[in-house]
Design a protein around this ligand. Sequence first.
Ligand SMILES: NC(=O)c1ccc[n+]([C@@H]2O[C@H](COP(=O)([O-])OP(=O)(O)OC[C@H]3O[C@@H](n4cnc5c(N)ncnc54)[C@H](OP(=O)(O)O)[C@@H]3O)[C@@H](O)[C@H]2O)c1
Length: 338
Amino acid sequence: MTNGRITKVALGEGGPQVGVQGLGCMGMSFAYGPSDAGESRATLERALELGVTLYDTADAYGAGENETFLSPFFKAHRDEVVIATKFALSIPADDPTRRIIRNDPPYIRAAVEASLRRLDVETIDLYYMHRRDPDVPIEESVGTMAELVREGKVKHLGLSEVTGDELRAAQAVHPIAAVQSEWSLFSRDIEAGVVPAARELGVALVPYSPLGRGFLTGSFSNAEKDLTDQDFRRTMPRFTGDNAAANRALLEPVRTVAEAHGASPGQIALAWVQQQARVHDLPVVPIPGTRRPSRVEENVAATRIVLTDEELALLEPIAAKVAGDRYPDMSFTSAGRE
Ligand SMILES: NC(=O)c1ccc[n+]([C@@H]2O[C@H](COP(=O)([O-])OP(=O)(O)OC[C@H]3O[C@@H](n4cnc5c(N)ncnc54)[C@H](OP(=O)(O)O)[C@@H]3O)[C@@H](O)[C@H]2O)c1
């Protein structure tokens, strides 16, 4: 940190400079139950004051609602923020449990225009493919994304939940700044193929759900008992029933390390993700999601915590013991295709 602001890092070779921690904005409009718009706006402003510059959204978050919500903040601070959004995923209004994934060129072209319109900006700084549609060759999709860069609609390209091989094929078409995939003390499947490929290619990692969707903070223990009816986490295998109880017990070493640092368990979870940059020798910019200014302060402060090798060793066994998959359907994830 310098002057209370977090340090900056290049998001991949040739990518933008961003604060070493970003902000996930999904929960402000989608997936995690009711939000207070005023508090969410205060969270965005506080994050910026603390040096957070990478703001993460997607067209799928509330069927465009999240992009529309963020637009006034982005416009007020256009030169200070790096806007990241995504295409490929939609959820039909008449069936919220269904996921439609499209990667074909006409879809990408329509999606970028819709996102630019909702965000009300000239250019998206970082445009991700949110999910892979294996029926469309990745070279074809990234070819269209590269055209968007040439046309000035998009500055940098990213991919989410791709395999190491998919990343290599994409990078052969156009430089990829970042891969955004789930990475936390509970979710380490990307370390097998994706992380080594990213390091080799000079691509940054943007870990999503670095707090294990809040579970690693201890703020909820069982999604069915503790969260509201509309909360997406009630459908996630590791947060319900016997799995939730077993996973709760895995947090003990996180609490031990937290006490040693006078920190919260969530801060230790974030410090662990941040330190994967050193462990794996690549840029890592986690995007914890929150809708509360006090939590953004707490999360940003975690960038100052350095874990010892002994502490990393104590936390090492956790992920292998987690009960339940990351999603009800893992075929949409990189691990489901590797
Ligand atoms: N590419 C993808 O497929 C994908 C998938 C999921 C998410 N994402 C992106 O990644 C971002 C982050 O992931 P996420 O939101 O799923 O999970 P997360 O960052 O691991 O956890 C967010 C949850 O933790 C709570 N929280 C945050 N800071 C806290 C603190 N200091 N103390 C206690 N609780 C705290 C939040 O509650 P409050 O909001 O109430 O503070 C929220 O419920 C999302 O916003 C989204 O932009 C991308």
